[in-house]
Write a protein that binds this ligand. Structure first.
Ligand code: NI
Length: 198
């Protein structure tokens, strides 16, 4: 099945992803497809749960420009620490098309992870990169940017979120999307595959 970005409230978005135990050609193929989809949808980052894969992997290119491949970064099993400062800025998410709201994030954060070649990454990222890294790492833990909305932002997003929920239910009624229970079973089956440890 071709990889595709799932939209809120697909259960993959709330399903905590498992750490990756083997970085191999199969994983690099997933990563390449994720970059492709990210560029097609004009994103700056994309996390594996957004393509219904329950693995701790995300890709990022802060330029969003497929011509600037040198800015591509892959983070596997990322861990964040040492957050510093707070900045509020408008944020969106490819799983919530056309929804943008202000979200407060650390201005700077340390990220430790592996890259697609299995090399250790240990960096301090700031500003836009820090925002993307925090947003995408949240995805790996089933946390979404809507969780940070202020009461005012929640209120002004209510209609669009309800529209997403309605569309999700309709797709299930039309048989274009399996039930939530079946989608969760699919995620659990993927977790048992070889590239992942429980
Ligand atoms: Ni997102």
């Amino acid at each position: 099945m071709p990889m595709k970005i799932v939209k809120y409230p697909h259960p993959a978005l709330r399903h905590p992803a498992k750490p990756v135990s083997l970085i191999d050609a199969a994983l690099r193929k997933i990563v390449a497809e994720m970059f492709q989809l990210m560029y097609e949808h004009h994103g700056l980052g994309l996390a594996a749960p957004q393509v219904a894969l329950p693995y701790q992997v995300f890709v990022m290119n802060p330029t969003g420009d497929p011509e600037q491949r040198e800015h591509e970064q892959v983070f596997i099993n990322p861990e964040l620490s040492d957050p510093k400062g707070l900045v509020e800025a408008e944020e969106g998410c490819l799983s919530f098309p056309d929804l943008y709201q202000k979200v407060r994030r650390a201005k700077e954060v340390r990220v430790q992870a592996y890259d697609a070649q299995g090399r250790l990454i240990d960096r301090v990222v700031t500003d836009l990169e820090a925002r993307i890294v925090q947003h995408e790492t949240d995805h790996l833990h089933g946390k979404l940017f809507i969780d940070y909305f202020s009461p005012g932002a929640k209120l002004s997003s209510r209609a669009i979120l309800e529209a997403f929920e309605k569309e999700h239910r309709r797709a299930q009624e039309r048989g274009e999307l399996p039930s939530d229970a079946e989608l969760i079973r699919q995620l659990q089956a993927l977790e048992k595959e070889a590239i992942v440890v429980g």
